[in-house]
Structure formats: C-alpha cells, structure tokens
Design a protein around this ligand. Structure first.
Ligand code: NDP
Length: 329
C-alpha cells in the first residue's frame, strides 16, 4: 500500500530517524493553537502512514499529540506498522522549563498520545516563561537537566533542542551531560541557515528543518514578498526532473542533509511531499536555490526579544504577544 520508503539517518546516539517527517502545526487563532475537529487530523495521519510517512513532528502546544497517537495505535492494531517503525517527535513548551516540570510534561504527552515512549523530545525554545507568559528566570541548562532526567528514565529515547542559536548550542555541549542529537530550526530558500547547519554538522547534530516552504506559499491567507512556487529557477529544475517546485524545495533540504517536516492537511499534497526519494539535485542546483537566501524568518517571536535567552536578532517592529491573555495553555 505504501508508495515510498523514506530513508533514515543515524543520529549521534546511534538511533535512526526518518529523513522526512510530517509537520502538524495547524495554526493559531484567538483561542490559541488550532486543533483538529471531528478526528480530521487523525484520519490524515492514518492516510499519511499508508503513504509511507513514519515520522510525525508535534509539540505540546500544537494540540495534535492525541490524534497522532490515536492514528499510530490504529495502524499498529491493523498490523500496518509496529511501534518501532514509527518515529514521534514532540516538544516541551516554554512554560514548563523548571527541571522538575519536565517529567510531568512528558507524562502528559504520553498520556495524551497513548504512546509508552517518545522517540525524540525537544526543548521547543531556550526561553523560559511563567504560566502567565511573563518571563521566568529559569536557565535553559536547568531545563536541559530535566530532559536528561526523562532520557535516563527511558520515557524519551533521544533528546534535542529547537530554536537554539550557535552560542546556546555551544553552551549546551559544554555544560550538559547528554549531547543534543537534533537541532530543529527554520530552513527554507530564504533562510538557508548555512552557518548554523555547518556548525551542527561539525558537532554531529542532526538538523530538522521547519517551515520548509518558507515564503513560497501563502500562509493563513497571507502573502509574503519573495519568490513563489512558480519562480523560474524552481520551475526549471522541477521540469528537468518531472517534479513540482514544492518537491524540488523538499529535495533541496534532503540533499543538504536536513530533515524537512512539511505540513499539509491536503491528501494530494501529502503524497506529493513524500514522493521525493527517486531523484537528487546536482550541486549547482542546490547553489542556485541557496541564492534565494535573504535571512528572513517566518517564525520571529519578537514579543520575546527582551528575554535574556532570546535566540534571534532583535528587530524594530515588535509583534504583540499572542499568548498573553489566553491563560495557561
Ligand atoms: P510549511 O513550510 O510546511 O508549509 C505549510 C503550508 O504549505 C501550508 O499552508 C500548506 O497548506 C502548504 N503546502 C504544503 N504542501 C504543499 C505543496 N506541496 N504545495 C504547495 N503548498 C503546500 O510550514 P509550517 O510552518 O507548518 O512548518 C512545518 C512544520 O514544522 C510545522 O507543522 C511544525 O510541525 C514545525 N514547526 C516547528 C517550529 C518550531 O518552533 N520548532 C515552528 C514552526 C513550524 P495545506 O495544508 O493546505 O497543504
């Protein structure tokens, strides 16, 4: 039934990780993170497993851990997959950064998903916040010790971080007892992350690339400046391989050894996004796409930029904090 076998990469702890994952952040509205209705997302994940997806990227804040877990459980019962075939990544939210809060956050993720372990647990941000979203002074090294605890307990098989910059990663490598095996960061044609990716590679840290389509696509009804899917450079490469520009962009990540985690809720695009393991880009094609770089971030939570552990450059126009006033999520 499955249309594609997704290759695997080996992480520095010796465990394997599928070279492509399904993103499951469904958006944000006035009530917080959007969640699935009527098991729609569970059904999408069922379809994804049939198509060959074995890796799911979620987070406590996305509200999708439950339906991913339910779909995985159903496919195990149908004997389509075993638990070992599936790789689930989830993330610790910023309001649970105290060392002793990490284990309860993991128990919560296990309970929601119905899984008995998590494959990869990431610290979502280096930024610690209080329950009311004011800045907390919990240092990310304390939080990392919490991740080391749950790793030791076997509740999570591998641990890593997301949205850390180079200096923060260096500190983690110097002061931590367990090395992070994965760094998840924004990677797309306008944010190619050359420096951070080569630093991660030099430390044997596997990179996962989020928002792989960057500004090429309209997001939640909003258009952004820059090249679009019909850009002539992408179109030319796509034509050469008989692929779509979206597939070319995903392959550009794979050929740079970055694990793309494209999100889609559309069954046709679900199949399109996994059908990228039967071609490979030439070096000059990779470089042509690299030239789109403008270091533009889509995820730029400038409302946290005065936090002592904010990982990105400061900007002039500060966005309002969408989390404030939502209460404890
Ligand atoms: P993506 O780059 O995956 O883009 C998703 C958008 O592209 C959606 O609007 C989707 O629409 C559309 N799309 C998907 N496939 C195609 C295609 N083949 N052709 C044209 N359009 C397409 O963005 P995300 O920001 O969702 O990033 C992916 C995942 O990364 C997230 O879901 C999440 O798991 C993770 N992430 C992690 C972050 C972190 O802080 N660690 C931050 C942001 C994301 P449609 O659904 O209608 O197909």
């Amino acid at each position: 039934k499955s249309t594609a076998a997704v290759p695997k990469l080996t992480m520095s702890d010796g465990r394997e990780i599928p070279a492509l994952g399904l993103g499951t952040y469904l958006g944000f509205d006035k009530n917080g993170m959007v969640s699935s209705k009527d098991k729609q997302h569970r059904d999408l994940v069922l379809k994804a497993i049939d198509l060959g997806y074995r890796h799911f990227d979620t987070a406590s804040i996305y509200n999708t851990e439950d339906e991913i877990g339910e779909a995985v459980e159903m496919k195990i019962a149908e004997r389509v997959v075993t638990r070992e075939d599936v790789f689930v990544t989830t993330k610790l939210w910023n309001t649970q950064h105290k060392q002793e809060e990490v284990a309860s956050a993991v128990w919560d993720a296990l309970e929601k998903s119905g899984l008995d372990y998590i494959d990869l647990y990431l610290m979502h941000w280096p930024i610690g916040l209080n329950a009311d979203y004011s800045f907390s002074d919990v240092d990310f090294m304390e939080t990392w010790r919490g991740l080391e605890d749950v790793h030791k307990l076997g509740l999570v098989k591998s641990i890593g971080v997301s949205n850390f910059n180079k200096e923060q990663l260096q500190r983690l490598l110097e002061e931590g007892s367990v090395r992070p095996v994965v760094l998840q960061i924004e990677v797309h044609p306008q944010m190619i992350q050359e420096d951070l990716i080569s630093f991660a590679r030099s430390e044997d840290i596997t990179v996962m690339g989020y928002s792989p389509f960057g500004f090429l696509v309209e997001r939640f009804g909003k258009q952004f400046p820059g090249p679009k899917m019909d850009d002539p450079v992408l179109m030319e490469i796509a034509l050469k391989y008989g692929k779509t520009p979206a597939q070319v962009v995903l392959r550009w990540l794979v050929d740079r050894n970055v694990i793309p985690i494209p999100k889609t809720v559309n069954p046709k695009r679900l199949k399109e996004n996994i059908s990228i393991f039967d071609f490979k880009l030439e070096q000059d094609e990779i470089e042509k796409i690299n030239r789109f770089n403008s270091n533009k971030r889509y995820t730029e939570p400038s409302f946290w930029q005065t936090h002592p552990h904010y990982p990105f450059e400061q900007v002039k126009d500060i966005l309002p904090d969408p989390f404030k006033g939502l209460g404890t999520i």
